[in-house]
Design a protein around this ligand. Sequence first.
Ligand SMILES: Nc1ncnc2c1ncn2[C@@H]1O[C@H](COP(=O)(O)OP(=O)(O)O)[C@@H](O)[C@H]1O
Ligand SMILES: O=C(OP(=O)(O)O)[C@H](O)COP(=O)(O)O
Ligand SMILES: [Mg+2]
Length: 402
Amino acid sequence: MPLKTVRDVDVTGRRVLVRVDFNVPLSPDGEITDDTRIRAALPTIRYLVDQGARVVLCSHLGRPKGKVDPRYSLKPCAVRLGQLIGREVRIAEDVTGPSARALGARLRNGDVMLLENLRFDPREEANDPGFARELADLADLYVNDAFGTAHRAHASTAGVAAYLPAVAGFLLQKEVDVMGKALANPDRPFLAILGGAKVSDKIGVIENLLGKVDRLLIGGGMANTFLRALGHGTGKSLVEEDKVDQARKLLEKAKERGVDLWLPEDLVVATALDPNAEHRIVKKEEIPDGWMAVDIGPDTARRFAGAIRQSMTVVWNGPMGVFEVEPFSRGTFAVAEAVAGSPGLTIVGGGDSVAAVHAAGVADRITHISTGGGATLEFLEGRELPGVAVLETKPDVTPPAG
Ligand SMILES: Nc1ncnc2c1ncn2[C@@H]1O[C@H](COP(=O)(O)OP(=O)(O)O)[C@@H](O)[C@H]1O
Ligand SMILES: O=C(OP(=O)(O)O)[C@H](O)COP(=O)(O)O
Ligand SMILES: [Mg+2]
């Protein structure tokens, strides 16, 4: 059934708590390197402002693990949002404390404020009902527009809906709608590309993906755990030791089901994550001790690009390497270029993958840029996302055919 959205409720003069995903990539000195996720939330924010709502935005940024940490402050996002909407966006000093409550009480119709990083409070990720209640007490209505975090059952994405009317924002609605249609009956060959660094988070989706796709390409940090499962040394690469067994089983399952699962055949290895670090290209069996895999190699990039160009549906999440460091960006950019040149429907999702697609200059040749990485993968798996499940629906009014 279709989701109820902000358009289906009266918002004028009401305090509206809007969960957004402002988890944007930051440079080492704390500058926003890609503001796609902030821009993606603008339609909902602008609508609420125009309707005279009192807007209380909330988001997480990074993984500060329940502790206040200035490196993960949302202040830069408040500044950027203020520039984009042309009005002041005040940021609270705390999440649900005295500063947030005082700023909230002073809001006038059309004002916008932002709470500090939700994950400064350990109760957010624990989906603590007391914390959900404190969030709810700041508002009269809850709007979820954080598609990128909709796969998390946290206080601000799920728990809070127990205490307030809960509707979708325009971004979340659009993501669910566009991807639902695109992936309901995909043209084949259907290919997925998986990379990035959130290995333990995302390895779990592979089993179900094997039942959906014809071919799966694995690169980036995700590939290293699989190389280890094949018995190769991985030096000081990012590897999740406790997922090696699972990776081995997935390799077997792919074989049983006749799904092509491709790993890198060659890699760029480096001595450090530094643009000036020594680096070279090696075969996948030859990662030297003390070195780390930081990108797929040129042969792999060519092979992956060929497969991508032969596919009619492509879903990509997770960079092929540490593309933020220039010498290690080539594999990711080659894949971005290939996805852009693929003849069929293409979806790229994830905070960092989307930043890479913008950096590669190919974003306008992708069918759908999604703000969700892990969320898109779980959606593709066919899993119900907790942040969507808690929202109100409206009766389907599609008239019967004929
Ligand atoms: N081989 C690798 N080793 C370490 N980190 C990697 C490697 N390949 C990619 N990464 C990192 O993965 C990060 C993105 O991962 P992730 O958050 O899972 O993707 P997304 O945000 O697109 O969903 C990037 O910051 C990138 O530097
Ligand atoms: O950046 C995000 O996901 P992504 O890296 O998969 O794109 C979301 O904001 C979720 O963050 P989380 O994986 O720390 O819960
Ligand atoms: Mg990310």
